[in-house]
Design a protein around this ligand. Structure first.
Ligand SMILES: NC(=O)c1ccc[n+]([C@@H]2O[C@H](COP(=O)([O-])OP(=O)(O)OC[C@H]3O[C@@H](n4cnc5c(N)ncnc54)[C@H](OP(=O)(O)O)[C@@H]3O)[C@@H](O)[C@H]2O)c1
Length: 293
């Protein structure tokens, strides 16, 4: 479980401290399935909105690393820009586990494409590829960390067995993050507990249930109770669970809405109610539940 900042009270600029000592903003912008133009606009809007957006999340697979990186660089170079590269938290991921040398090439390519000098968080996208490839990819990622190309390193869509395999290999650096689909309809409580016990921060993808459950009666009821939108209730749930949260939107007003979640708090009963909604809902893919992975 990542530590919160000093007051433990969530606010727009809240961050967590990872097991490697680096700080990560609690809320960021996801850029999955965005065209270059959409990604460029969304990143600019989020930065303008003051998203402590110092967390932007891209990936080799989304094919928009260049447009995301360029939008960040343009913003940083704009007259009077109040922030610098060090305030931005940029994350990217390895598309495929194809061994040590392929991973090294992928990282070099990702760093070059984003144009930001380094990547703040680099993740293995999924466990697919088999044990040897997973461990060889990790070895290359550790090397990139030593070289300063990436600052923090972690995994995504890893089940307990994949993480245990990595820990059993005696890595120089354990994973600092596991990014998984986590929301009220996909609670993954055992995995969450396992990650917390191993000081691995949970980052949730699909925090808005990929827009599939905004009309659920409980979500609507809680939205009405807190004068919030269904999206804000889901983001708040995720943040209060201690997850690093990266909702995606291509719309300026929804990007602002998704960051405007610090004026209300879900109470214990609300949180329990939301946790009761677990139905193992797969909204995209499910490497964690795939026995072949
Ligand atoms: N590691 C992985 O395997 C993996 C897999 C999937 C995603 N991810 C990451 O996680 C991020 C977030 O997940 P996601 O994109 O899959 O899904 P998500 O954030 O749960 O949902 C995005 C959907 O919600 C809509 N939306 C956003 N804000 C809204 C609001 N306030 N009101 C109504 N609708 C709203 C978006 O539409 P508009 O864009 O039109 O606003 C989009 O259709 C991704 O962008 C990506 O960075 C990682």
């Amino acid at each position: 479980m990542p530590a919160n900042d000093a007051t433990d009270k969530l606010h727009f600029g809240s961050y967590a401290t990872l097991s490697d000592g680096n700080r990560i903003p609690r809320l960021g912008l996801g850029v999955y399935e965005m065209s270059d133009q959409e990604a460029s606009r969304a990143v600019t809007w989020a930065l303008q909105a003051g998203y402590l957006l110092e967390y932007i999340y891209s990936a080799e697979w989304y094919y928009n690393e260049q447009s995301v990186g360029s939008a960040i660089s343009r913003f940083l170079a704009s007259p009077g820009c109040p922030i610098s590269r060090g305030d931005i938290f940029y994350c990217s991921k390895l598309q495929s586990n194809n061994g040590y040398h392929a991973t090294k090439r992928s990282i070099a390519e990702s760093v070059k494409k984003c144009g930001l000098g380094y990547i703040d968080l680099y993740l293995i996208h999924s466990p697919y590829g088999g044990r040897d490839n997973r461990l060889e990819s990790w070895r290359a990622i550790q090397k990139a960390k030593d070289q300063g190309l990436v600052k923090s390193i972690g995994v995504s869509n890893y089940a307990e067995r994949h993480i245990q395999e990595l820990l059993d290999s005696n890595p120089k650096y354990p994973p600092a993050v596991n990014q998984c689909d986590l929301h009220p309809f996909m609670a993954r409580l055992k995995l969450v507990e396992y990650c917390r016990a191993n000081s691995i921060a949970l980052e949730c993808w699909g925090p808005l249930v990929r827009a599939e459950r905004f009309d659920h009666p409980t979500i609507k009821e809680l939205a009405s109770k807190h004068s919030a939108t269904p999206a804000q209730v889901l983001i708040r749930f995720s943040l209060q669970r201690g997850y690093i949260t990266i909702p995606k939107s291509v719309s300026q007003h929804r990007i602002i809405e998704n960051a405007n979640v610090f004026a209300f708090e879900l109470d214990r009963a609300d949180m329990d109610h939301l946790l009761d909604l677990d139905e193992y809902l797969v909204t995209d893919w499910d490497p964690i539940g795939d026995p072949a992975a």
